[in-house]
Design a protein. Structure first.
Length: 445
């Protein structure tokens, strides 16, 4: 039986200071995850800013200064009203977003930068206030306390009091609102947090940014499908050191072996569980589908997004394919709509529940298996024609290509008229052979 006599039960609870270490340094494998957390907060706040009509104003500015070892992330969202700023910024592991449409809900994301900097400063102002609220974390001191064996019995509360301070500063401007995170004395493994090129690559894949209309022709089609079907399909101007960040998709994909392939159309469709749409997707159709897409393209793999922010990485859905590597042959996105598919705290997978299993099964059936089949089929066609590539096209060679591929040719023509890869190869490789010409003319009529 639980002993609640004289409040014994509640007063015996103690949250030790190492909890803070778990929630900061222990939280993310990739230091760049801190950008995801700050952007998530910024866009949640921009979503609340009803006055923003102009899409250009939905902006988050990030400035990295490798020389000064500092990072600044600023949004013009609603900010936090001064009346509640101190209590909001002093709560850990509880969030006023829980149960809303917002992306965050665990109340720990803003602590991410603390593990990688000497000082973290949060400044915010709401439009109703004429002052700025500022909370400053002495992260260096926090690390000292955590490593000092004499201090190990300090409570979370005591440590918090020691390492943070809160103040208000009068502001001349009224009416404006913002939230700014500044990290000073930043250091991380391989200096990743201050590596502008790496941060850009990371944001282009993870952050809720738009497609680049200059290089990806299908942006309108996808935006209109997702915009019409998702409850919220947010795209924001995220500016890194002055340059806008876009998603990495292009009409042309570079392959791991030499060369390129083209995306010649996109397919948009939903994924269902028991007749209910739980996610909306787009898949790029690769013209040749011969070989995987190079990692350097940052577009390979069907990716999962919630609130247009990436969940996990390019490999989250590998297990839905016959061979894990086949996922890297594909490009596309699955945008989750179902509230039972919940990101875990590290946002590297879903929380384990039954819907997660049903989702993975549905993706396997609807995407993984048909694409795996198609990839195998195309690679068989390519290898069988390559066998004959170097040979002079004698009658024996041709007839053996035909006899091996008669069935696939007929299937291609009957089931998928656009699948003309083998026919094209035969037209080129065996252009001098009258038998092939004869057969091709019969197929095309
Ligand atoms: N950019 C921001 N604009 C306005 N409020 C913010 C911003 N970042 C953080 N906050 C406030 O701080 C709280 C804690 O943030 P965080 O630790 O990331 O937890 P969560 O996002 O899960 O609520 C948020 O719920 C929000 O009230
Ligand atoms: Mg958050």
């Amino acid at each position: 039986m639980i002993n609640t006599l004289n409040g014994m039960h509640s007063s015996s609870f103690k949250a030790g200071m190492f909890l803070l270490e778990t929630l900061t340094a222990g939280m993310y494998n990739d230091p760049l995850s801190i950008y995801r957390e700050y952007i998530q907060n910024a866009v949640d706040s921009l979503d609340l800013h009803k006055d923003i009509q102009d899409s250009d104003a939905l902006r988050v500015e990030i400035y990295l200064d490798p020389h000064e070892q500092s990072v600044t992330i600023r949004d013009g969202g609603v900010g936090i009203p001064g009346s509640i700023a101190e209590s909001i910024l002093s709560s850990i592991g509880s969030s006023n977003k829980t149960g809303t449409d917002a992306r965050g809900f665990r109340g720990i994301g803003r602590l991410g930068g603390i593990a990688f900097s000497d000082k973290a400063i949060f400044r915010t102002k709401a439009s109703c206030d004429n002052f700025e609220s500022i909370q400053e974390w002495n992260c260096k001191k926090l690390r000292q306390l955590l490593s000092d064996s004499k201090k190990k019995s300090l409570s979370l509360n005591e440590v918090f009091q020691e390492v943070t301070k809160y103040e208000r500063i009068n502001s001349k401007k009224t009416g404006d609102s913002y939230f700014e995170v500044k990290l000073e004395g930043v250091s991380s493994f391989r200096n990743l947090i201050l590596d502008i090129a790496r941060v850009r690559e990371y944001l282009s894949q993870v952050a809720p940014v738009p497609f680049n209309p200059q290089v990806f022709s299908y942006h309108k089609e996808i935006d209109s499908y997702l915009g019409n079907n998702l409850r919220r399909y947010g795209r924001y101007n995220i500016i890194l050191n002055g340059d806008t960040v876009f998603k990495p998709y292009q009409d042309k994909v570079r392959l791991t072996k030499k060369g390129y392939d083209l995306i010649d159309k996109v397919e948009c469709f939903d994924i269902k569980i028991d007749d209910n749409s739980i996610a909306y997707c787009w898949l790029g159709n690769r013209r040749e589908l011969s070989g995987g897409i190079t990692k350097g393209d940052h577009s390979s793999g069907i990716r999962v997004r919630i609130g247009n922010i990436l969940l996990g990485d390019a490999h989250l859905l590998d297990r839905c394919f016959r061979e894990a590597r086949f996922n890297s042959y594909c490009i596309g996105e699955i945008h989750i709509e179902c509230p039972d598919l919940i990101p875990n705290s590290r946002r590297d997978d879903f929380v384990d529940n039954e819907t997660k299993t049903l989702f993975f099964n549905a993706v396997e059936r609807r995407i993984g298996l048909p694409l795996s089949k198609e990839i195998r089929h195309r690679s068989r066609l390519v290898s069988s024609t390559e066998k004959y590539k170097d040979k002079q096209c004698g009658d024996r060679g041709c007839s053996s290509i035909i006899s091996k591929n008669t069935e696939p040719i007929n299937q291609c023509v009957v089931q998928d008229p656009k699948n003309d890869q083998l026919i094209n190869i035969l037209k080129i490789e065996c252009k001098d052979c009258h038998k092939i010409r004869d057969i091709l003319s019969r197929i095309s009529t």
